[in-house]
Design a protein around this ligand. Structure first.
Ligand code: SPV
Ligand code: MG
Length: 432
């Protein structure tokens, strides 16, 4: 009896999956692989069912003879173990980022004389509805909010990219690439940066853009995405206001707010000591965290304390003392910031903090020490990495050059070759 293998990475079964099983059974014994959580996160979507529930679901399908765990998105583990005669998949993996996976599997299978079968992908109203329902479930506040805590437990380091609009939110949501190791990858969550949210409004990053406007940005992004949202909450403002904002944020499904231990007129940290910035006292800031934690209604929402001691050149001991105090006050994580190119002060902080505290999540924003890879950060105990401003910084120079080009030439022809074709822009949102 021949064996035929397919991999599922879905929480809902629709006609497309049933069709694959239907076709598969005519070739032999049908084995379905259930892609593990950590791999599903990188190539498709966050799982809304546990791996046991997914396996049970696949087992219940007519025509499925066996269900196994697939722990490698490139199929190496299962192909080596099972040597199936055939691997069957919807033909949608012949293009896009998934093509890299198909090419790899084809080589593996060909090495022992196995064969690939691509069945036409099922496009139907029912399939689309099933996908839409899943997306809706992922984007609902109670599901979205808790996902950051789940991610921290599931992956070596949570990768967070800034978004400041619906469009940038869609880019963070949908971008999937083939990484250097041949595996697919995508961002896990979104950062609503005060710098980018302000810049997008043509305003300085001084807590001038009020919470109502920030909430509008969050809503625009949440409308079109499912990934968890982390808000840059600046200083958190007055404690009396912060407690209300905590409630609002958790109600709409934000996963975390990061507040920094500064007071008075807030300036962007990357100015460092070039401008006057004052740090809050440990007592005041700890009290703000405590008040926020008391106000919080859900268990999932996180209040993360951001320490500015290295930015303001107050020294490592001050940073560590604050980390201890803020954790004791109930902070769900510590963000340590630095504007030095040399990452050694960040590493020292993380190593020393981790030696004392194995659990409290650590967050870093490698804008200046951008040579450091995620693996290296994780090896120092970092749990979340935030790419805080790169999409905004990418867009601005191109927009400015385009404006200058048209002004100089008194027509738009000269800049056109660098632009997205107008036929593509009118369909951009449909294709993203
Ligand atoms: C932001 O993105 O607004 C931040 C990070 O707060 S930084 O700009 O580095 O201060
Ligand atoms: Mg900020």
């Amino acid at each position: 009896m021949k064996t035929i293998y397919t991999c599922f990475s879905t929480d809902v079964i629709h006609d497309g999956h049933k069709n694959i099983i239907e076709q598969a059974r005519s070739y032999g014994r049908v084995i379905v692989g259930c892609l593990s959580d950590k791999e599903m996160l990188r190539c498709t979507k966050f799982p809304t069912k546990t791996i046991e529930e997914r396996m049970e679901l696949y087992r219940s399908l007519d025509g499925v003879d066996e269900v196994v765990v697939q722990d490698d998105m490139l199929y190496d583990d299962v192909i080596e173990r099972l040597h199936p005669d055939y691997v069957i998949h919807g033909d949608n993996w012949k293009s896009g980022a998934e093509k890299a996976v198909r090419d790899h599997v084809e080589k593996l299978v060909a090495s022992y004389g196995g064969q690939m079968i691509d069945v036409p992908y099922t496009y139907s109203e029912k399939v689309k509805k099933a996908d839409d329902r899943l997306r809706e479930r992922l984007s609902m506040p109670e599901f979205r909010r808790k996902r950051l805590r789940q991610l921290i437990e599931m992956v070596p380091i949570v990768k967070i990219m800034e978004a400041h609009s619906g469009l940038t939110g869609l880019i963070v949501e949908k971008t999937v690439v083939e990484g250097m190791d041949g595996r697919l990858d995508q961002f896990d969550a979104m950062w609503i940066s005060s710098l980018c949210d302000s810049t997008d409004r043509g305003k300085p990053d001084i807590e001038l853009v009020d919470m109502t406007s920030r909430l509008r940005t969050i809503n625009d992004i949440m409308e079109v995405t499912t990934k968890p949202v982390i808000l840059d909450g600046d200083t958190g403002g007055l404690t009396e206001h912060f407690v209300y904002n905590v409630r609002t944020l958790e109600r709409i499904g934000v996963s975390a707010v990061i507040i920094e231990d500064k007071t008075g007129l807030k300036r962007n940290s990357l100015f460092g000591t070039e401008v006057v910035q004052s740090q809050d006292t440990i007592e005041n800031f700890a009290a703000k965290i405590e008040a926020g934690k008391r106000a919080q209604l859900s268990d999932d929402f996180m209040i993360i304390a951001r320490i500015e001691s290295l930015i303001l050149e107050k020294g490592m001991e001050d940073a560590l003392e604050r980390a201890r105090a803020f954790t004791l006050a109930g902070a769900d994580g510590i963000m340590i910031h630095s504007r030095k190119k040399d990452p050694s002060e960040i590493f020292e902080f993380c190593d020393r903090f981790r030696a004392e505290d194995k659990r409290t999540p650590l967050v870093v924003v490698p804008t200046s020490f951008n040579q450091v890879t995620e693996d290296v950060l994780a090896s120092h105990g970092v749990n979340m990495v935030i790419y805080a401003n790169q999409l905004m910084r990418a867009a601005f120079p191109v927009m400015q050059q385009t404006a200058e080009g048209i002004l100089k030439a008194h027509r738009a022809q000269e800049v056109d070759s660098a632009l997205m074709p107008f036929k593509d822009i009118i369909r951009l949102i449909d294709t993203l």
